[in-house]
Design a protein around this ligand. Structure first.
Ligand SMILES: [Fe+2]
Length: 177
């Protein structure tokens, strides 16, 4: 049994405040993409899905005159750094295994190049997966942040993904026996 489920994360007020800001629809879509990619590449599906779900938890809203201000955003954005720290704190509070929490946090830190001086960093398989999962759901002009999902559908979708993760872990454990 996992220490923390996606639904536990979803219900926490920190998630409700910050993941909502960048959009639950996008967060859930990236969690699913990350799950499938991790499954395909033999990586940890639980860690991948959680990192996918939380990857944008560090976003700040850069609005000017009611419109998203890309220039200010590009100049000031540190959402990967803030997200890595915020997600880590949240996961530890929820009782996540500290090594798992660190792995998720680092995948969030490296999910984007936006704050890095160059793209020449070497990512682990899992970090590549989370970055790719995010890119798969990206829409032109940041529209992926505006897609809506109601709370009940969001819950159902996470519950389903939690069940898929549990199933995958059971299969994996059986194969290892
Ligand atoms: Fe994203």
């Amino acid at each position: 049994m996992r220490d923390v489920t996606l639904l536990d994360i979803f219900h926490h007020p920190i998630t409700q405040k910050y993941v909502k800001r960048s959009g639950f629809a996008h967060a859930i879509a990236v969690a699913y993409h990350a799950y499938y990619l991790a499954k395909e590449h033999g990586e940890d599906v639980d860690i991948a899905a959680k990192a996918g779900f939380l990857h944008d938890i560090g976003h700040f809203t850069w609005y000017r005159n009611g419109k998203w201000d890309y220039e200010t955003y590009r100049k000031n954005d540190i959402h990967a750094i803030k997200g890595a720290e915020r997600a880590h704190k949240l996961l530890i509070r929820l009782g996540e295994n500290p090594v798992t929490a660190k792995t998720i946090s680092l995948a969030i830190l490296f999910h984007t190049d936006s704050f890095l001086p160059s793209n020449e960093i070497e990512r682990t398989e899992l970090q590549k997966i989370v970055k790719l999962a995010d890119e798969k759901d990206e829409e032109e002009g940041g529209l992926h942040h505006y897609r809506q999902i109601d709370k009940e559908r969001a819950k159902k979708s996470l519950l389903r993904l939690d069940a898929m993760i549990d199933h995958e872990i059971t299969q994996h454990d059986r194969a290892a026996e």
